[in-house]
Design a protein around this ligand. Structure first.
Ligand SMILES: NC(=O)c1ccc[n+]([C@@H]2O[C@H](COP(=O)([O-])OP(=O)(O)OC[C@H]3O[C@@H](n4cnc5c(N)ncnc54)[C@H](O)[C@@H]3O)[C@@H](O)[C@H]2O)c1
Length: 704
């Protein structure tokens, strides 16, 4: 017996599965045998008694889970942090454990009410005493971890649990002597696994299989070189044996029915303090404020989901609910994250949702100089499509040239501070690049339910239309395009060759001729097939009038490319009367600028196709500037490219036969996008008809 080691246990006099608070209990209510439970508990008790001192706390009626003493509290030295149980079913245990700890002379720390922490079930000391591993996600709150660090004066490493079968850290994680670790990696999120890997070298990590994990092999008690557990596979026994550990199996199946085994049934109450390891809690907290139609628009739910999914936890501090339907609500949310890195990732996403720091915590941005041309500082803020403002010298400055996936550069000019979005490749060494997430806010329109409904009616909202709604959508788009044209606005079309193959070319050409299109973006193919139709009457070798393949037609598009190459450019071919109709013809004749971006699929290419992709992106960006509406017609490549460089606020209509493409483009979190799943030829023909109806006074009268 090693008298310096003491454990606390509680006899199973009142043990039963009385309720369901974890997946193991499901289907097991009142299914455990008291006699067998007593026998199994005695088995564990005697194994421990041979190796340590075992203290007993008196079992109490009405709290059947008191048998799981690991959840009494967390002991280090003479201090104990008492558990605050998450479920009310177990809260009745707290006073009995408190009484026991006090009777033994421990200094008892109690967490604020409503801050759950379930003791040594969710907090395990590294057996070398270097730090404390603390779990959260199901029972204990991340916010309890800074208290542990402060009261116990130890570094706390927070691990997020992901699998509800392993709802306590000690169900899937067991630090062993000499720095070894027995654990089940899939029970943790990727950040936590990375943290474990950083702290425990590969040769000391003993990852168990799911089979061992569900037999609670990690819910083990380690006394020196002995590891006591319910059951282990031969493979696990061999691995532990090779590392010098002796595995003692003792069946605890009756307790598995309540979701516990060897470790849960014991609490080590002698945990010596190792000097030199001072408190460090990497856990960070900060408060953000959300304003708007928080409930109505689902914003608060989105924010809270995002915090949890990002690896943090939250507390809603103030929630001022707008009383009227049209009034807005406001909430201060305290976000807690296990590290600075995770906090920044979460806050960056909350900023996208429109979260701002509360007034007393607003501060200026932090910037760092770009270390070299084309390279941002590591921690640079990655921009989104949403209008963004940065706070410099206590003033909010609007970021110019907003686009996603860029960096924000601030500069001081004679006219004051300016801020711009820049692509990485455009950064110059020394540029002041915004880093972190301080002093950044996005300006999101807050829409009440009524406003959203009206907008949805006028522009169909964001979402993918079904076939039967296509005509209605087209009617709305036609009306929108008509308005933009009348007000001198800008419509940009991005189109793929399918427009031509489906017979939509003549309609698109008509739209350009009638002034509905102010810029055209595409690739080599749309231009080639459009001019193939003009010069040879075929598109990809198919006769467009008869719909049949023409003998030798597959060569047509190459002949066309060759012809245009001879004339040096599409414009020259049009001016020389070689190309006499079609989409590109109308662009040239009506001074509608176009940009053709090259791709690896291109034949030729046409002399106008820009094969330098950086230049092509610049051409696109220039033509998109100031657009009121972008019509994306059946080109996944070019539409997604354009979507990425377009700021929020520009209406986008994506037409594609593949719902996945449409969803990707319309899912920009804004009501400005609409997706139409249909044949692009049909869409263009309907659009032309609608525009004609709107233009003819007689037909307009009929419409009214
Ligand atoms: N000969 C050539 O030079 C040549 C030929 C083809 C493509 N390309 C180039 O390859 C790149 C990619 O071409 P892409 O944009 O055509 O391909 P893409 O795969 O990016 O997009 C085609 C899209 O059209 C959709 N589509 C198919 N049939 C449709 C229909 N009837 N109605 C509506 N949508 C329909 C598809 O779902 C798809 O999303 C472009 O740069 C293009 O210029 C070159």
């Amino acid at each position: 017996m090693t008298s310096s080691i003491r454990f606390l246990m509680c006899a199973p006099d009142h043990y039963d599965v009385d309720y369901v608070i974890n997946p193991w209990m499901e289907g097991n209510v009142h299914k455990s045998s008291r006699d067998r439970a007593v026998e199994q508990w005695q088995g564990l008790f005697h194994i421990l008694k041979d190796r340590a001192v075992v203290d007993l706390v008196k079992p109490q009626k009405g709290v059947p889970d008191m048998v799981f003493t690991a959840n009494a509290g967390l002991v280090l030295g003479n201090n104990v942090v008492l558990s605050r149980f998450f479920h009310k079913e177990r809260q009745g245990e707290e006073p009995f454990f408190k009484e026991w700890f006090e009777s033994q002379g421990f200094t008892v720390y109690e967490l604020p009410k409503d801050l759950p922490f379930e003791g040594a079930g969710d907090a395990l000391l590294d057996r070398e005493g270097r730090w404390l591993w603390a779990g959260y996600g199901f029972r204990s709150e991340l916010d309890s971890h800074p208290y542990l660090a402060k009261w116990l004066d130890i570094e706390v490493l927070s691990l997020r649990l992901m699998d509800e079968r392993f709802y306590h850290l000690d169900t899937c994680f067991c630090p062993l002597a000499n720095g070894y670790l027995l654990y089940y990696p899939p029970a943790f999120d990727s950040y936590s696994n990375r943290l474990i890997e950083l702290r425990v070298p590969a040769e000391k990590r003993i990852a168990v299989s799911e089979k061992d994990a569900v037999n609670f092999a990690c819910n083990a008690v380690n006394v020196d070189r002995v590891v006591i557990m319910n059951k282990a596979s031969d493979e696990l026994k061999e691995r532990l044996g090779n590392l010098g550990f002796e595995v003692l199996e003792t069946p605890l199946t009756e307790f598995l029915k309540a979701g516990g085994a060897a470790k849960c049934l014991t609490l080590r109450v002698t945990e010596p303090i190792i000097p030199d390891h001072r408190a460090i809690a990497a856990v960070e907290s900060r408060v953000v404020r959300m304003d708007g139609h928080l409930l109505d628009a689902g914003l608060i739910n989105q924010a809270l989901d995002l915090i949890v999914e990002g690896g943090g936890s939250f507390q809603v501090l103030n929630f001022q609910l707008g009383e009227q339907r049209q009034s807005t609500s406001s909430a201060d949310v305290k976000v807690t994250a296990p590290s600075h890195e995770v906090m920044e990732a979460i806050v960056a996403q909350l900023i996208d949702l429109g979260a701002v720091p509360p007034p007393q915590e607003v501060c200026d941005i932090i910037w760092e100089a770009a270390p070299q041309d084309g390279v941002a500082p590591d921690d640079f803020y990655v921009t989104t499509i949403y209008p963004t403002e940065v706070r410099v010298n206590c003033e909010w400055v609007k970021v110019q040239k907003q686009r996603m996936d860029g960096a924000i550069v601030v500069s001081e000019t004679a006219n004051g501070i300016t801020a711009h979005c820049k692509l990485l490749r455009d950064l110059k060494q020394g540029d002041r690049v915004v880093v972190g997430v301080e002093g950044i806010r996005t300006v999101r329109k807050t829409e009440s339910r009524e406003q959203r409904n009206t907008q949805e009616f006028s522009f169909m909202g964001s979402g993918v239309s079904s076939e039967r709604r296509v005509e209605l959508v087209v009617e709305q788009i036609a009306w929108e395009m008509r308005q933009i044209r009348d007000q001198g606005g800008k419509v940009v079309v991005t189109a793929g060759p399918v427009v031509i193959h489906t017979g939509g070319g003549e309609h698109l050409a008509g739209l350009i001729r009638q002034g509905y299109v102010q810029a055209l973006l595409g690739g080599n193919a749309i231009a080639v097939h459009d001019m193939e139709q003009s010069l040879m009457g075929t598109s990809l070798g198919v006769d467009m009038k008869r719909g049949v393949s023409v003998r030798g037609g597959h060569r047509h598009h190459l002949k066309v490319i060759n012809t245009i190459r001879r004339y040096g450019s599409i414009a020259n071919a049009v001016e020389q009367g070689v190309v006499t109709s079609g989409v590109l013809y109308e662009c040239v004749k009506n001074n509608v600028p176009f940009a053709l971006a090259g791709s690896i699929r291109d034949d030729g290419p046409l002399p106008d196709t820009q094969m330098d992709l950086i230049k092509a992106q610049e051409d696109y960006a220039r033509l998109i500037e100031g657009a009121d509406l972008i019509l994306m017609l059946s080109s996944m490549l070019h539409s997604i490219g354009v979507g990425n460089m377009t700021p929020a606020g520009v209406k986008m209509v994506c037409v594609d036969i593949n719902p996945a493409v449409v969803t990707k483009l319309s899912d920009r979190g804004s009501v400005e996008s609409v997706g139409v799943v249909t044949d692009v030829g049909l869409f263009l023909s309907l659009l032309t008809q609608q525009l004609e109806r709107l233009t003819s006074p007689y037909k307009l009268a009929q419409l009214v």
